[in-house]
Design a protein around this ligand. Structure first.
Ligand code: NDP
Ligand code: 2IT
Length: 454
């Protein structure tokens, strides 16, 4: 890992990262996520012996617990299929383990460890009492029937249910895990435990789900953008955006950006991106939602309905000139060159809906150019924040209205923005990455100090 740090901090960083790589061989995404946080935290704790002596960062990079298990199930043709399930219970210093489940063919232990680590800081930033976790499986939901998804989810939950509980660990969705999968898993947990508790979030409204949870991550990323623009004396009105992805987060980031007077030019999936120079307005977004959520089809279909748009197979949208980039698909989807291209084309703000979508060299470009750059742990915290509100509603056995929840989400995102400004202001510029890392760290570190050595 290269670093911009100098002197003693650089030396300490190198030693720390070498140790991490030795203990976690080959886990590149995990090294990347830890390296990004360590660049901020190592210099921060340098003159704070209380954190340094207690080895807080060292302890925070060793998950509380890692659970890996076999998931055997039967497909529609009667074939036995075997997948690998994971749950990383990273830290319960400030609340029960909390974080999503991802079903994607390419996931590895490294993927889940990076996501669980990031979740620690993100959940802390929300100001709600939530620890951190992540999990999922190398199950590929694409092309599976509803019954196959159901059998997989039931098999997966049969094992996972031993390790979770509404006071212990509360999973939710992520890539490949939406309302359908959460429902199947919740049903299976209820059957096994004979208890109706809020053990998962992102549930259906009929069985304890929260309004606004579906929209929360995408809306939150745009609220964060709105706050950054406001702090810099600007707003969304009249701006153009490139959005990547066309799943849950992308859809609601696009919706909110459009509602605030912006124009969304692109959306994508793993096959390529569509560019609509007329803008993906409410009607066109409804078409995308029908395509992706109901038909489970490809984004390339969009150009059949809207011939003015173009489809760019095998490409990502970052070469399209825009004011704002909203990466909402997956990790490492903005390369160093793509970050440079965005800057060359005049992009002035990036709000990360996806987790760790920009490679470290790309982040350095954004920060070096002093554009408004909101890292994922701050920008996409709206999803888990409303999950936290769903837990509260379940505990109180009541439901808040859509307006109440949107208002709370709005306030939580503004609170995150304020924490980034407080801890990340450097002269006349806000380094939101430093701000998010430090603010997220302090709360967890103080709780760990209070517990003594564990
Ligand atoms: P979805 O499964 O709903 O959508 C994922 C989208 O990203 C799809 O368009 C998918 O395309 C695309 N995608 C996935 N993997 C890749 C890949 N390897 N290369 C290119 N495109 C890819 O997931 P979400 O919208 O829920 O999640 C998107 C991102 O947001 C993830 O990084 C997730 O961790 C993060 N996030 C999600 C939250 C939530 O509440 N759901 C909360 C906070 C962060 P295709 O269909 O072709 O696979
Ligand atoms: O990455 C994330 O924050 C999520 N996938 C949401 C986690 C949650 O528990 O709602």
């Amino acid at each position: 890992m290269t670093t911009a740090l100098t002197g003693k901090a650089a030396e300490h960083y190198q030693q720390f990262m070498e140790g991490l790589a030795r203990r976690n061989p080959g886990e590149h995404e995990y090294h990347q996520a830890v390296g990004e946080v360590a660049q901020t935290i190592i210099p921060f704790v340098f003159d704070k012996p209380i954190y340094q002596d207690a080895q807080i960062l060292e302890r925070l990079t060793e998950p509380d617990r890692i659970i890996i298990f076999r998931v055997a199930w039967e497909d529609d043709n009667g074939n036995v299929r075997v997948n690998r399930g994971y749950r990383i219970q990273h830290s319960n210093a400030i609340g029960p383990y909390k974080g999503g489940l991802r079903f994607h063919k390419d996931v590895t232990l490294s993927t889940f460890k990076f996501l669980a680590f990031e979740q620690t800081f993100k959940n802390s930033l929300t100001s709600l009492p939530m620890g951190s976790a992540k999990g999922g499986a190398d199950f590929n939901p694409k092309g599976k029937s509803d019954r196959e998804a159901m059998r997989f989810c039931q098999a997966f939950m049969t094992e996972l249910s031993r390790h979770i509980g509404h006071q212990t660990d509360v999973p939710a969705g992520d890539i490949g895990v939406g309302a359908r999968e959460v429902s199947y898993m919740f049903g299976q947990h209820k059957r096994l435990s004979n208890e109706f508790t809020g053990v998962l979030t992102g549930k259906g409204l009929a069985f304890g789900g929260s309004l606004i949870r579906t929209e929360a991550t995408g809306y939150g990323a745009v609220y964060m953008l709105q706050d950054m623009l406001k702090h810099a004396g600007q707003d969304v009105e009249g701006k153009t955006a490139c959005v990547s992805g066309s799943g849950n987060v992308a859809q609601y980031a696009a919706e909110k950006f459009t509602q605030l007077g912006g124009k969304v030019l692109t959306m994508s999936d793993s096959g390529g991106f569509i560019l609509d120079p007329d803008g993906i307005d409410a009607e066109r977004l409804a078409y995308v939602q029908e395509l992706k959520n109901v038909k489970r089809a490809r984004i390339s279909e969009y150009v059949k309905q809207y011939p003015n748009a173009s489809y760019h197979e095998g490409q990502r949208p970052w070469s399209v000139p825009c004011d704002v980039a909203l990466p909402c698909a997956t990790q490492n989807e903005i390369s160093e060159d793509e970050a440079q291209k965005l800057l060359d084309n005049g992009c002035m703000a990036v709000s990360e809906g996806a987790n760790m979508p920009t490679v470290p060299e790309g982040i350095n470009k954004f920060i070096g150019a002093k554009i408004l750059y909101a890292p994922s742990k701050a920008a996409n915290a709206g999803g888990v924040a409303v999950s936290g509100l769903e837990m509260t509603q379940n505990s109180m056995r009541l439901s808040w209205t859509r307006d109440e929840l949107d208002q709370r989400l709005r306030e939580i995102m503004s609170g995150i923005h304020a924490q980034c400004v407080e801890h990340g202001t450097d002269g006349d510029h806000v380094n939101y990455l430093n701000g998010a890392n430090i603010a997220g760290f302090i709360k967890v570190a103080d709780a760990m100090l209070a517990y003594g050595v564990l």
